[in-house]
Design a protein around this ligand. Structure first.
Ligand code: NAP
Length: 590
C-alpha cells in the first residue's frame, strides 16, 4: 500500500494473524508515534533500550524494524492540519502492533481527544494497565513489592459512552419526561442526565481478554470489580456476564472463588484460575491492605479509570505506569502520562512509562526474554540511585540524569551480565511461596480469610462445613456415636447401602430413635435410624433461599450436593455464626 508520508523500513515483514494468534516474523515491522511535548524525548530514549534487549536476547537473530507514523502536532504539520490522518489509522490497523507517546488534545480541533478518537476508530476496547513494583522506586506503601496486578478496563461504554443531556436542554426535558411520566422514575427537576449502558457483548469480550491473558501467563486469579450491589442491571450484570463467560468458555481452566472454598477446601488446583469478584469501593481498600490477593482485574470504564491511577500511585506514580489499548489483535501501547509541555525537548523527564509499555509490547509479540531483560535491568539502575529528576527529588543521595542518560544506563545493564534464569527462578519461587502462604490461611481459617479479603458469604458453599464425616451403613450406632465425638460433629452422613441413597443421622436421632425408643445402640445399625432421602441444596444456592428450604422442610441442617455427592453440611449453627461475624444486610439495603 502506498502512503503519502509514511515510509516502510528497508527490511522487515508485517505481523499477521492466523487462527486467532499473532504470527510474528523475526524482523517484524512495528509502528511508532513519537507524540507531542515530551513524547519525542522519551521515544528517542526508549527505542535503543528495546533494540538492545532484543539484540542481546536473540543474538541478533531478531530485530524490530521501526516504522514512524504521525499523529498529533507533527501530523498536523505534514497533513494540512489533520491531527489523526487516515493513513495513520490504516497503518496502525495494518501493522497490528504499535507504540505511541502522549498526544496533546487539540483545542477547538475536530476531536474531543485524539486518544478517544484512536480508541473509538480502531475499536480498542480494552485498556490494559499492568501495575507492579520495581525495587528502589519511591513508593508511599510499606510493602509495594506485594503489588503485581494487570487491570483490564473496558474502553467503550459505561458513563463514558457520551450519552448525556445537559440540564435544561430540550433533549434533557424529553428524557426527563419519559423517565418520570412513563417509567415512574423520581429525581430532582432539571438534572443533567447521563446514561450508563453496559452490554453483554462488551462485557464478555473484555472479560474474555482478561481471562485469556491470565491463562496464557499462568496468573492466579481474575477479579471482576463492580458496584453491582447498587447498580444491579449494569454493574451487577457485568458480574453475572463475567462469571457466565468464564463458565461457558473457560470452564476447564477456571473455578469460582466459591468453588475454591466449597469444593477444594481453600486449595487452588494447579491448573485452574480462580474467578472472583469484589465491590469497587472495597477493592480500593484491599489494594492498599492486601494487594497480593489480586492478580488480573477486569472492570468497567469508570471503575477502571479510578483504579488504574490509584494503583499506579502505589508503586511510583503514573510517571512510570505503562499501558496499552487493544482490540482483539490490534494493540497500541502507550505512555500513560500526558505531554508535560513545560518539559518538552529538555531531555529531562522519566521515560519509565513508555519504557514499560514497550516491555508489554515485547511480551505481547511473544519476545519474553527481551522484555525480561528490560524489567531486570531497570531496578538495577534505580537501586544504584541513577534516576531522572522526578525520582531524584524523592530519593536521598540520588544522581540525577537526563532522559537519555537514564536510558543509556539501562542499555549498559542489559549489555552486562544479567543472569536471566537465576532471577526468573527467584521471582517464580517468591510468587510460589506467597501463594502457598495464603493458601495455608484459606485452608485453616476460611471464615476469617473470607472476611479479611473482602468477600461476604453469599452462597451456601461459602459457609458450609466441608468434608462431612461419613460412615458405613452397617456400622452400629454405638460405633458411630464414637466417631461423632472424636470429630466433634453433631451429625454424620451414611454412605449409600443397597438402595444407593445417602442418609443422615443427627444427635436428635439418638434422642428420638435410641433413647426414647428404648433400643440398644450396639445392636442397632446406623442405617436403621438414619433419615433418607437427604434434603440437599446446590453449593451456589443463595443463603436466603437455603434458609427458606430449611424452614419449609422443618430441618436444622441441609446437605450440600455436587454431582450427586454430598460435599458439605449447612446447619442453623453455621448460619448463626455467619450472621454473628458478617451481619446480615437485606438485599435492598446494600
Ligand atoms: P501530564 O502531561 O501528564 O503532566 C503532569 C505532570 O506530571 C508533569 O508536570 C510532571 O510533574 C508529571 N509527569 C508527566 N509525565 C512525566 C514523566 N514522563 N516524567 C516525570 N514526570 C512526569 O498532564 P497534563 O499537564 O494534565 O496534560 C498535558 C497534555 O497531555 C494535555 O494536552 C493532555 O490532554 C495530554 N494528555 C495526553 C495523554 C495521552 O496522550 N495518553 C494522557 C494525559 C494527558 P511535575 O510538574 O511535578 O514535574
Amino acid at each position: 500500500m502506498a502512503y503519502k508520508h509514511i515510509t516502510f523500513p528497508e527490511g522487515g515483514e508485517k505481523i499477521t494473524v492466523k487462527d486467532g494468534q499473532l504470527v510474528v516474523p523475526d524482523h517484524p515491522i512495528l509502528g511508532f508515534v513519537e507524540g507531542d511535548g515530551i513524547g519525542p524525548d522519551i521515544m528517542r530514549a526508549c527505542r535503543p533500550v528495546w533494540d538492545a534487549a532484543v539484540q542481546k536476547a536473540y543474538n541478533g537473530k531478531r530485530k524490530i524494524q521501526w516504522m514512524q507514523l504521525y499523529m498529533g502536532e507533527n501530523a498536523a504539520e505534514l497533513y494540512d492540519g489533520d491531527y489523526f490522518p487516515g493513513e495513520t489509522r490504516e497503518a496502525l490497523q495494518d501493522l497490528i502492533v504499535s507504540i505511541k507517546g502522549p498526544l496533546t488534545t487539540p483545542v477547538g480541533g475536530g476531536y474531543r481527544s485524539l486518544n478517544v478518537a484512536l480508541r473509538q476508530e480502531l475499536d480498542l476496547y480494552a485498556c490494559v494497565r499492568p501495575v507492579r513494583y520495581y525495587q528502589g522506586v519511591p513508593s508511599p506503601l510499606k510493602h509495594p513489592d506485594l503489588v503485581d496486578v494487570v487491570i483490564f478496563r473496558e474502553n467503550t461504554e459505561d458513563v463514558y459512552a457520551g450519552i448525556e443531556y445537559q440540564s435544561g436542554s430540550p433533549e434533557m426535558r424529553k428524557v426527563e419526561r419519559f423517565l418520570k411520566e412513563e417509567m415512574g422514575a423520581r429525581f430532582f427537576d432539571h438534572s443533567g442526565i447521563g446514561v450508563k449502558p453496559i452490554s453483554p457483548f462488551a462485557t464478555k469480550r473484555l472479560v474474555r481478554k482478561a481471562i485469556k491473558y491470565a491463562v496464557d501467563r499462568g496468573r492466579e486469579s481474575v477479579t471482576l470489580v463492580h458496584k453491582g450491589n447498587i447498580m444491579k442491571f449494569t454493574e451487577g450484570a457485568f458480574r453475572t456476564w463475567g462469571y457466565e463467560l468464564a463458565r461457558e468458555e473457560f470452564g476447564d481452566v477456571t473455578i469460582t472463588e466459591e468453588e475454591l472454598y466449597s469444593v477444594h477446601g481453600g486449595k487452588q488446583p494447579q491448573d485452574k484460575i480462580v474467578i472472583k469478584d469484589r465491590i469497587a469501593d472495597i477493592m480500593f481498600q484491599l489494594m492498599l491492605l492486601r494487594p497480593n490477593e489480586f492478580d488480573v482485574i477486569a472492570t468497567m470504564n469508570l471503575n477502571g479509570d479510578y483504579l488504574s491511577d490509584a494503583l499506579a500511585a502505589e508503586v511510583g506514580g503514573i510517571g512510570i505506569a505503562p499501558g496499552a489499548n487493544m482490540s482483539d489483535h490490534v494493540a497500541v501501547f502507550e505512555a500513560t502520562h500526558g505531554t508535560a509541555p513545560k518539559y518538552a525537548n529538555q531531555n529531562k523527564v522519566n521515560p519509565g512509562s513508555l519504557l514499560f509499555s514497550g516491555v508489554m509490547m515485547l511480551e505481547y509479540i511473544g519476545w519474553k526474554e527481551a522484555a525480561d531483560l528490560v524489567s531486570l535491568a531497570y531496578p538495577e539502575v534505580i537501586q544504584s540511585k541513577v534516576v531522572t529528576y522526578d525520582f531524584a527529588r524523592q530519593m536521598e543521595g540520588a544522581t540525577e540524569v537526563s532522559t537519555s542518560g537514564f536510558a543509556d544506563a539501562i542499555v549498559e545493564q542489559i549489555r552486562g551480565d544479567i543472569d536471566l534464569e537465576t532471577r526468573r527462578e527467584r521471582e517464580r519461587k517468591a510468587i510460589e511461596a506467597d501463594r502457598k502462604e495464603r493458601e495455608k490461611r484459606r485452608v485453616s481459617q476460611p471464615f476469617a480469610e473470607m472476611e479479611d479479603s473482602g468477600r461476604r458469604p453469599q452462597a451456601v458453599g461459602d459457609i458450609m462445613t466441608r468434608v462431612p464425616v461419613t460412615v458405613r451403613p452397617g456400622a452400629t450406632v454405638h460405633e458411630v456415636t464414637r466417631v461423632m465425638r472424636e470429630h466433634g460433629v453433631s451429625s454424620v452422613l451414611i454412605e449409600p447401602g443397597a438402595d444407593g441413597q445417602w442418609a443422615i443421622m443427627t444427635q436428635r436421632d439418638i434422642v428420638k430413635r435410641i433413647v426414647h425408643a428404648n433400643r440398644s445402640p450396639s445392636r442397632v445399625r446406623v442405617e436403621e435410624i438414619a433419615t433418607k432421602p437427604l434434603v440437599t441444596v446446590p453449593s451456589d444456592m443463595e443463603l436466603h433461599e437455603c434458609s427458606a428450604k430449611m424452614l419449609e422442610s422443618n430441618i436444622r441442617r441441609v446437605v450440600v450436593e455436587q454431582n450427586g455427592n454430598p460435599v458439605g453440611i449447612v446447619s442453623d449453627t453455621d448460619i448463626f455464626a455467619m450472621v454473628d461475624q458478617f451481619g446480615w444486610e437485606p438485599a435492598e439495603h446494600y
